[in-house]
Ligand binder design. Sequence first.
Ligand code: GRF
Length: 216
Amino acid sequence: MPVVILISGSGSNLQAIIDASNDSYCPIQIRAVISNRANVKGLERARLAGIETVVIEHAQFDSRDAFDKELICKIDHYQPDLVILAGFMRILTQQFVEHYHGRLLNIHPALLPDFPGLNTHERAIESGVKQHGASVHFVTTEVDGGPVVLQASVPVKSTDDTKTLAARVLEQEHVIFPLVIKWYAENRLVLENNKPLLDKKEIPATGLNYAETRTN
Ligand code: GRF
């Protein structure tokens, strides 16, 4: 399945997806990696893997609308069946999100609906939750509010700072994101009437739990 991946930074999720596609775990062809920032490590990772890269710097555009229009134009040039937001740190316009309805996936570093938005690890520690984690979801116009497909939980330890907690969550991101992409590429996962279905079964509102999918 042809895909395009959008990034803004280090691209460790991108790397996990590249690795999953290389060892044929995940039947995708990454047609391009697009970044809204130049000189980020994720672009280097893509180049090393022989994947085409494109930089579209958001700062060069007068409006979010103009940036998103250019983004759509570049993405559609590659004719992807799936667009993957792998640490893409821009809020997308309604036009963009609707254009890719049902074929736009994002990873968020929290157990949605808890902690949408930024600084999730800091907020998790401050709020005293005992469990934190990551969610993969379809993107809708509500920021981090689209239907969740899969979540993975990690414990929050009393000794954690944002760095140690982020590292624990990131390790799980690298597992659940390739898995959801694999489901999608195998046509097992679809969004129907705004509800995600896996193997034709409706996914519960908080998403599937990775630990449970492993035991079933
Ligand atoms: C990840 O934690 C992702 O969930 C968040 O930004 C981070 C990106 O990391 N949206 P990387 O660029 O994949 O290393």
